[in-house]
Design a protein around this ligand. Sequence first.
Ligand SMILES: [Zn+2]
Ligand SMILES: [Zn+2]
Length: 174
Amino acid sequence: MAHIWLLDGDPREWTPMPLVGDALTLVNGTLRPVDETPPIPFAQTRLVIRRLAEATHTWALLTTSRALRLNGDPVPLGVALLDDRDEIRLPDLTVWFSTEAQAHVEPFPESTRGFCPRCKQPIEVATPAVRCPGCALWHHASDELPCWSYASTCAACSKDTALDAGYRWTPEDL
Ligand SMILES: [Zn+2]
Ligand SMILES: [Zn+2]
């Protein structure tokens, strides 16, 4: 899931905030849905991060702030597409956008068909499964068929199968 890295907590640490929903804004250093109630005052909405297409990592940045810098550059017309590891800087706040995904167990979706690359068997709808964040192939993740965690890497690519492996990239890497 795409996320925003921002400094949070005490002591302040780089913290990933998942982009849940279709449009979010940063108010007082936290990500909030644009359409929450009561509405966020317009004057506080300096930037909005908006999903452009369902189930993709395509997000756009919209801003009313002339002081905002995206990777060091102003944003003409206040609209830009976001790329992995983009830096968004306001005079008092710097955040990073990342599309890196982490592996997690979820019910195998109805709209999907697939054979597990580990055991070559079909995956039943609604059974526990993991979609590899590296190659996007689904693996069984049930007690009977623990195909995702069976080995230290994905059956089809080099992605680490630890579910709590953490993000490979953080702003601290800079
Ligand atoms: Zn399997
Ligand atoms: Zn993979």
